[in-house]
Design a binder for this molecule. Structure first.
Ligand SMILES: [Zn+2]
Length: 373
């Protein structure tokens, strides 16, 4: 991407966030969905990407699932909730009453075993019913309102005229722009989302001055990681993924592509490791030598993992995990990043990661070079 087209993309995105006409938080969810799907899916030869509305709806459910929980200030924070104020409710995501997506999710959650999204997905008819309801909300408004700022329609992401078979097409160069700026877009969107929720009048008395709203809206629940850890421990015969020696004690579950780089809990992205190895790796990407072993162990050897994840009702998607990994390493290479080897040792990443993932080089180069116009 040229510097000029990058700037134009970011400037237009910033306008949508600043000036777009919305009473709900849907535009944030929609932008985040477009950015995430640009990472997780393969664009066409022209650099554009067709996305079905139900795929976007699935992302909405993932983001709002957590946000549809009753809000309670985290332990330790000064309570803004008066004792007589009960029961706790989800935060409002719309200035005029609750957003329909939250209402649909709250209803679906009450019927899902353990209130778990993974459990709901296994009940195909309940899952599709929820996805369809959310899809119809998206079709009804946010999809066509997103690119409208006062006085003009700026169709720089996709065009209403191209909508067909329930699909939109991200214009050539847009998926590449979202891939290049994924971290930046995520931070812009989340910052604006948190500020919006905080400003909705009905939320003020519940929120008070709580500073941890971002954690509530976008955090992860560490406790839910334990079942993953046991599956990965078995898969690796009790050895640390990184140094390959035996792990005494509980061990750690490591996001192979760090949560801070791409916040998703998908089975094949996890490895089991020593707490010390996990800590030393921090937010780094692992060296291509680790990457090669991840490919062999978790992608090529991923059928056994998939079966274990299914049995434990844990979400996984090998192809999505592979795409996220390709994106993360591609971005890191462009940024001239270092990769973690062991302990405090890091090395320049270079291009060796492609062969570690068994990829040909030409396709990647063509894709990252796609111009946003
Ligand atoms: Zn280790």
């Amino acid at each position: 991407m040229s510097a000029e087209s990058s700037l134009r993309f970011l400037r237009q995105l910033q306008r949508l966030l600043d000036e777009g006409l919305f009473t709900s938080t849907y535009k944030y969810a929609l932008l985040q969905a477009l950015a995430d799907l640009s990472v997780e899916q393969e664009p066409g030869a022209d650099g554009g990407l067709w996305l079905a509305v139900p795929e976007i709806a699935e992302k909405f459910v993932e983001y709002y699932w957590r946000q549809a929980l009753p809000f309670s200030p985290p332990a330790g924070a000064a309570s803004a909730v008066t004792p007589d104020r009960s029961p706790l409710k989800p935060l409002l995501q719309n200035t005029d009453g609750q957003a329909a997506v939250i209402t649909h999710i709250v209803a679906a959650r009450s019927r899902a075993p353990g209130g778990s999204l993974a459990a709901l997905r296994q009940d195909t008819s309940a899952w599709l019913a929820l996805r369809n309801k959310v899809a119809s909300v998206i079709r009804g408004m946010p999809l066509w309102k997103l690119q409208t700022v006062p006085g003009e329609a700026t169709e720089f992401l996709y065009r209403k005229a191209e909508f067909r078979d329930d699909r939109i097409r991200l214009l050539p160069g847009v998926p590449a722009a979202f891939r290049n700026f994924h971290g930046l877009v995520t931070n812009l969107v989340r910052g604006a989302w948190v500020a919006r929720v905080q400003r909705i009048p009905g939320n003020r008395e519940v929120l008070g001055e709580t500073a941890s709203l971002e954690g509530f809206l976008f955090g992860t629940d560490r406790a839910t990681l334990a079942p993953w850890r046991e599956i990965l421990r078995d898969h690796q015969s009790g050895r640390c993924f990184y140094c390959r020696s035996r792990v005494g004690g509980a061990g750690d579950l490591d996001h192979f592509i760090a949560w801070s780089r791409y916040p998703v809990d998908l089975g094949h992205n996890f490895v089991f490791s020593h707490p010390a190895c996990n800590l030393a790796k921090r937010e780094h990407l692992a060296h291509p030598e680790h990457l090669r072993r991840w490919r062999e162990s978790n992608l090529e050897g991923g059928d056994a993992l998939a079966a274990a994840f299914d049995a434990a009702r844990l979400p996984h998607d090998r192809e999505r995990s592979r795409r996220i990994t390709v994106w993360a390493y591609g971005q890191a290479e462009l940024a001239g990043a270092h990769a973690w080897v062991e302990g405090r040792r890091v090395e320049a990443l270079g291009s060796g990661w492609r062969s570690a993932l068994g990829m040909e080089q030409v396709r990647m180069a063509a894709e990252e070079g796609a111009e946003y116009r």
